[in-house]
Ligand binder design. Structure first.
Ligand code: 5GP
Length: 146
């Protein structure tokens, strides 16, 4: 497997070198709005530890990662009155992965509303901020200082 690149986009977001619309953070994980959402309220949950994807991840990070995925799944469903939530996770280019730092997609779903394409349009930053506000309020996230 190709080596982990510490300068990938999500590693830079975790280090605070690049901005993101953060909706949750704890010691092990960070969640933020996807800038090219496949549906309204599309959130990405990343593990803070360095791995490309599920295949090279330390098993110890998977528990905390899924705990945050569940928190955000419940959060986006409640925040947007969704009917369900799609969870997606890709491993390597052949499987559709484009950013090589382990992450999970959390996407609210409504009956009869299809997902948009995986590499779609950039969202309006104002809209993402409004949606992120809603999620933060719903899950009670006020910040992380760890
Ligand atoms: P993958 O295909 O690797 O599972 O998904 C990567 C996701 O990251 C895509 O849904 C894409 O829209 C999103 N993305 C790519 N670059 C950025 C970025 O700079 N900021 C944010 N917030 N999302 C990004």
């Amino acid at each position: 497997m190709t080596a982990y690149d510490p300068n990938n986009i999500f590693a830079k977001i975790i280090r605070g070198v690049l901005p993101c619309e953060r909706v949750f953070e704890d010691e092990h994980t960070l969640a933020f709005m996807d800038i090219m959402p496949q549906g309204d309220g599309h959130v990405l949950v990343v593990a803070k530890s360095a791995s490309r994807n599920l295949l090279d991840a330390d098993p110890a990070v998977l528990g905390p990662l899924m705990v945050t995925v569940q928190r955000l799944a419940k959060g986006v469903k409640a925040a947007f009155g969704a009917d369900g939530v799609t969870i997606m996770q890709f491993n390597e280019s052949s499987a559709g992965q484009t950013v090589f730092h382990i992450h999970v997609h959390v996407i609210p779903r409504w009956n009869d509303v299809p997902l948009r394409g995986h590499t779609g349009e950039m969202a309006d930053p104002e809209l993402l901020r409004t949606q992120a506000d809603k999620i933060r309020r719903t899950i009670g996230f006020v910040g992380f200082t760890g």
